[in-house]
Design a protein around this ligand. Structure first.
Ligand SMILES: Nc1ncnc2c1ncn2[C@@H]1O[C@H](COP(=O)(O)OP(=O)(O)O)[C@@H](O)[C@H]1O
Ligand code: SF4
Ligand SMILES: [Mg+2]
Length: 390
């Protein structure tokens, strides 16, 4: 197994990427969002169904979401709720998407991501990048690491020759990959090293916003902490903004400043991470949080696990009213008929539930560190040392 070099702090921050504190960060002043999603809808055509059945799946059903510069915004929800579709719409990979996605570029201009052309497309592709869950399939097995990491430089910045090679080497070292591996193919690397290569490919043109879709979900626990630490270090050094998509709330709790909870194509709650976990306002959030494992054996059994009854509904036939009502223990007649609109329930907190103010939902106060048996760790900025090398 090839060994890795320690990460080097050499990569300069991309232009205009000051690390402005996000809402929810203690002492933060509200800032303009770097990305604003409004009324986003994505319908996938349904094939092979009975002729009179629904013709489409509404994977994203009218999402509004703001991402602030320098923050890590978590996007959570069960499998199939539309997280990847939302992330890939931001990456302009969903031609079915309608609505608006506005991005404030490094030069201050506001770009409409779903309606780009010419140089604006290149600017967007350079500044907004994605890291996928499975580097095995996202990295071309027939390309060397040099070509994989160098391709965005050729395509987006027109770099060639020594300039390209120098930048590739710089970024590889920054993500902890040895430059002697430049001519190797992805299959020669461990899962963690492949994910570092995927991060290098995202990083190489100097992005400001990175959409990480289940970026650590396929990794072993110890490798996962190393990649999370790398992502946090890169954010601190380069002033990156992350949209961190995950189904794993214990990871989200550890790395995110704010969290958006998604259910059946809609955002049902947005809050600063600490507030969301301590006192959820939406019953779906309460149920998700109740399933987060308690690492400390002394505390196990002190918290009720809310078992969600029934399956996630078929998005091509969503329930009437609140889409969560068939599974909600607090549902009333109103919930079955009227869709709850998202509203501000407290400063910095948005919820879409008819009864949010009346409910007193359970959160968790003990904090968890993913992959350990510790509780109540220090603040998110400090981290555990890696437990073993990849
Ligand atoms: N290419 C596609 N064609 C048809 N339906 C899709 C496609 N991709 C996703 N879906 C459906 O859209 C919904 C949302 O999927 P996805 O965005 O992948 O959710 P998540 O990432 O939260 O698991 C699911 O019902 C899924 O089956
Ligand atoms: S609106 Fe009603 S069904 Fe929906 S989450 Fe709130 S209480 Fe439950
Ligand atoms: Mg997904």
């Amino acid at each position: 197994m090839p060994t890795e070099t320690p990460a080097s702090p050499q990569v300069p921050a991309p232009t205009g990427a000051e690390n402005t504190p996000a809402p929810g960060t203690p002492g933060a002043a509200p800032t303009e969002p770097v990305l604003s999603v409004r009324g986003l809808e994505v319908d996938y055509p349904v094939r092979g169904r009975a002729r009179r059945g629904p013709r489409h799946v509404r994977a994203v059903a009218g999402v509004d979401l703001d991402v602030y510069e320098g923050e890590t915004l978590g996007l959570v929800g069960e499998s199939g709720c539309g997280k990847t579709t939302l992330g890939s719409s931001i990456m302009r990979a969903r031609p079915e998407a309608s609505g608006r996605i506005r991005y404030r570029a490094a030069d201050g201009r506001v770009l409409e991501a779903l309606d780009l052309s010419g140089d604006d497309t290149t600017t967007y592709q350079r500044e907004v990048r994605m890291v996928f869950q499975d580097p095995q399939s996202s990295l071309n097995p027939r390309m060397t690491l040099r070509d994989i990491v160098g391709e965005p430089l050729r395509m987006l910045l027109g770099l060639r020759g020594d300039a390209l090679e120098a930048r590739v080497r710089e970024v590889m070292e920054r993500v902890g990959l040895h430059t002697s591996h430049l001519r190797r193919y992805p299959h020669a690397f461990s899962g963690g090293q492949r994910q570092r290569a995927a991060i290098a490919r995202a990083l190489v043109p100097g992005p400001r916003l990175v959409v990480a879709d289940e970026a650590v979900s396929a990794l072993d626990t110890s490798v996962r902490s190393q990649i999370l630490n790398l992502l946090q270090d890169l954010q601190g050094d380069l002033g990156l903004t992350y949209l961190f998509v995950s189904h794993d709330l214990s990871v989200v709790e550890h790395v995110c400043d704010r969290v958006a909870v998604m259910y059946l194509g809609r955002i049902v709650e947005v809050a600063p991470t600490d507030d969301l976990f301590a006192r959820p306002l939406h019953p779906y959030t309460e149920a998700l949080i109740s399933a987060v494992p308690i690492p400390d054996p002394r505390l196990r059994g002190t918290r009720e696990r809310i078992r969600l009854t029934g399956e996630v509904p078929d998005p091509s036939r969503p329930p009437t009213g609140c889409a969560f009502h068939p599974r909600c223990r607090y549902a009333t007649d109103l919930c079955a008929t009227e869709v709850p609109a998202p509203r501000e329930a407290a400063p910095g907190r948005t919820v879409a539930c008819h009864h949010a103010e009346e409910l007193d939902l359970a959160g968790i106060t003990e904090r968890t560190v993913p992959g350990t048996t510790s509780t109540n760790p220090p603040a998110r900025a400090t981290r555990e040392p890696p437990t073993k090398q990849e």
